[in-house]
Write a new protein. Structure first.
Length: 413
């Protein structure tokens, strides 16, 4: 649903869509002029394929909706002379450690948690001694909130480090080829979690809105998003100021952005990460349009093509997404209760995030397959949309067959 929304937005703006991908995309075929399948981690092959497509089609802009391709798209837009995130900024925002270093260099260490880069056991012990417990240990360059481990005490340290060192092997996931085994250790933050969605036009941040988010304490799996925020004006200003300062410190321009942060009990905001792309979790594809009438994907394409984005709100609703999380490993065979979910007032969509037949694992064996589906709803208030989404989560029951014998974390099937 999210990916298809990109092609629909481009067509609304009068553009044809050309897709460079590592597998056949889930677009309706009539929406796409050409698809080229290439190994996206083979930079030379991907560049050659992109330039060949550019010779065959009149490119007006290039966008990506995934972290993996942010640096590639930055290099490609620079080569083609199109608007886009500068290569240095792309490298910075794709690495949580470099993002924090940029904020520190700008004199804004107050906007982030205490942190340290971890690349071996000695740096791990040094980070733990300096920052203490509880803490978070996570990869610097993962995507999709994967690999976020909570460290409660020194007794957890070696085991959690071992799991993440295995997880970040390039042989297991090529996204870690550039920074194998690189992690960040940072203080655990309290308060509430939020994301900021917007675009950078030239070097000017244009904030569309703040989304309230809820994550599971263990491994930080997101399970609920509501847009717009219920924060009061002073707290909204604190979060928006964090976004502007982070964009300025990282030299972002001509791109969409998705920033995640925590608002602490004292009212100050702290950065978790920023991405030079559109946000996921159905926030930008569905929640913002349902709540505000703003076509966020069209705005992103406008920025990528050098046009002025239309960010005028036209409606004033609240919209939310509730992820349906698997309670155990197994093979996903569907849901019961979906008819009852669709009858709940305000429910707009039900999406399957995993195909029927998918083998499901729980973290830390796998961080994504446990999210089986999502319910999207729109209501007249923040509280009302939360209530209907929680009702949907109670009604929809996932069906799973018994799991195959687990090989454990760090083993490929």
């Amino acid at each position: 649903m999210e990916v298809n929304a990109t092609a629909l937005a481009a067509r609304r703006l009068g553009y044809d869509v050309v897709v460079l991908t590592d597998r056949e995309p889930p677009f309706a075929p009539e929406l796409v002029a050409e698809v080229r399948v290439v190994d996206a981690f083979d930079a030379a092959a991907a560049r050659a394929a992109a330039l060949d497509l550019a010779r065959r089609h009149a490119f007006h802009g290039v966008v990506t909706w995934g972290d993996r391709d942010v640096e590639f798209v930055a290099a490609l837009t620079a080569e083609l002379g199109l608007p886009g995130l500068p290569a240095a900024a792309a490298r910075t925002v794709r690495n949580k450690y470099l993002t924090r270093e940029a904020l520190a260099a700008a004199g804004r260490s107050d906007l982030m948690p205490g942190y340290a880069r971890v690349h071996d056991e000695a740096s791990l012990r040094s980070a733990a001694e300096r920052l203490g417990y509880p803490a978070i240990l996570k990869p610097t360059s993962a995507s999709g909130s994967r690999g976020i481990h909570r460290i409660e005490s020194g007794e957890d340290l070696a085991a959690e480090y071992g799991v993440l060192r295995e997880f970040t092997r390039p042989e297991r996931d090529p996204i870690f080829r550039a920074r194998p085994g690189e992690l960040i250790y940072e203080e655990l933050l309290g308060g509430t979690e939020h994301s900021v969605e917007g675009v950078v036009v030239g070097d000017e941040p244009r904030i569309v809105g703040i989304t309230d988010k809820w994550v599971a304490p263990e491994y930080s799996i997101e399970y609920l998003q509501v847009h717009p925020t219920a924060l009061d004006e002073p707290h909204r200003q604190a979060v928006e100021d964090l976004a502007r300062q982070t964009i300025r410190a990282t030299d972002m321009r001509d791109c969409a952005f998705h920033l995640e942060c925590r608002l602490l009990p004292d009212g100050t905001a702290r950065l978790l990460e920023i991405a030079g792309r559109i946000g996921g979790g159905y926030i930008t594809s569905h929640l913002i349009p349902l709540a505000t009438g703003i076509d966020f994907y069209a705005a992103t394409i406008a920025v990528a093509t050098g046009d002025a984005p239309d960010l005028t709100p036209r409606t004033a609703f609240h919209a939310g997404s509730r992820q349906l999380i698997s309670p155990r490993p197994g093979t996903f065979t569907g849901f019961v209760g979906l008819n009852s979910v669709l009858e709940l007032p305000g429910v707009e969509h039900v999406a399957l995030d995993q195909a029927v037949g998918t083998h499901v694992e729980l973290p830390p064996a796998d961080y994504t397959s446990c999210v089986l589906g999502s319910v999207i709803a729109r209501r007249g208030s923040h509280r009302a949309v939360r209530d209907v989404l929680e009702a949907a989560a109670r009604v929809a029951a996932p069906l799973l067959t018994e799991p195959a014998p687990s090989l454990g974390p760090g083993h490929d099937r």
